[in-house]
Write a new protein. Sequence first.
Length: 105
Amino acid sequence: MREKSKTSATKQIARERVAVLFSRAEAAFSLHPERSNRYVEIARKIAMRQRIRIDREFRRRFCHHCSAYLMPGQNMRVRVHRGNVVVTCHVCNKKTRYRVVKPHV
């Protein structure tokens, strides 16, 4: 089997494709939530294959347990508890916690 190319150019293309897939997932969510979930799965596969990190803004838009695209008020709940943001996915009922750090002034 042929080696997969992991040059900086292919990684940049992969980042662009991940961004496009997340924008399409956001646009398709209102009419086809299952299609937006599929876009997230494809974006995650591209990122894993090219060994790139998904940007923070995109990482917080999907459930890491079931790969569902998350929209506040639609299929997720957001709460702040003791310095953490707690995101509950209504698809799989898993909770994800993010630390809230105060910026240094």
